[in-house]
Design a protein around this ligand. Structure first.
Ligand code: FE2
Length: 235
């Protein structure tokens, strides 16, 4: 459990979408940045390519991004992974061909006061489902898959696997209509007790900001692939 849980709770707020934050020209710069970055992982099973937004590839964009984020959430520190030299990275850029399952990005250090996370879509089609339910026990992928739950030797920056969410939020079956529309890639039992807080329809130029304690996942709506930049902050 996070040691700063009281401080974290005090700064929680509803998810927020800022429309028209980035111009098409700026989005094109993000896409160029993405192309120029080295591949960090290519997970063939999850069908995702991940790149770290390393410092120094586009200084202008780094400043633009930090200034605009600060404008929305106030002072923050980066809480992404670090590169081999110990420099903070600015986020993770993911190119996904299949939806990402239920998880929380609640951090890897229990003494960090986790704060907000942001998502900038670089492709137009997709949605992100944010649940009302919150978790204070670190970055976790929530699953019932026994093979997944066996995974204990995690590398740097990998979520732990857990099914403890099934004991935390009650037994109410998940809304079937929302399930059929957005969440067919999950087992409906795995969503027991969860309620939707917000469904973010991806729109290029907009940015989503939400608390790092929210359980969330991508929706099953993908046309070919989608690319998004996720950034994590702490206080
Ligand atoms: Fe996430």
């Amino acid at each position: 459990m996070n040691e700063k849980i009281e401080e974290i709770k005090k700064l929680e707020s509803p998810p927020k979408v800022i429309k028209g934050l980035y111009t098409q020209k700026e989005i094109n710069e993000f896409i160029e940045l993405y192309k120029s970055l080295p591949i960090a992982t290519h997970n063939k099973k999850q069908n995702v390519i991940k790149k770290r937004w390393l410092q120094g590839y586009n200084k202008n964009l780094e400043k633009l991004f930090c200034d605009r984020l600060k404008n929305e959430i106030g002072d923050f520190k980066m809480d992404n992974l670090q590169d081999e030299k110990g420099n903070d990275i600015y986020g993770l850029i993911q190119e996904s061909y299949a939806p990402i399952g239920l998880h929380v990005d609640a951090g890897f250090e229990p003494n960090n006061q986790i704060y907000k996370q942001s998502l900038i879509p670089l492709t137009p089609v997709g949605s992100t489902i944010i649940f009302k339910n919150r978790f204070y026990g670190g970055s976790t992928t929530f699953t019932q898959d026994p093979e997944e739950l066996k995974k204990k030797n995690l590398s740097y920056g990998q979520n732990k696997r857990s099914s403890e969410h099934l004991n935390l939020y009650g037994d109410k079956p998940f809304d079937k209509e929302i399930y059929n529309k957005y969440l067919k890639h999950e087992k409906i039992d795995n969503l027991k007790g969860l309620e939707v807080e917000y469904i973010y329809q991806w729109e290029v130029g907009s940015m989503l900001i939400f608390d790092r304690t929210h359980l969330h996942c991508s929706s099953s709506v993908i046309e070919g692939k989608k690319i998004g930049i996720a950034t994590f902050t702490k206080k």
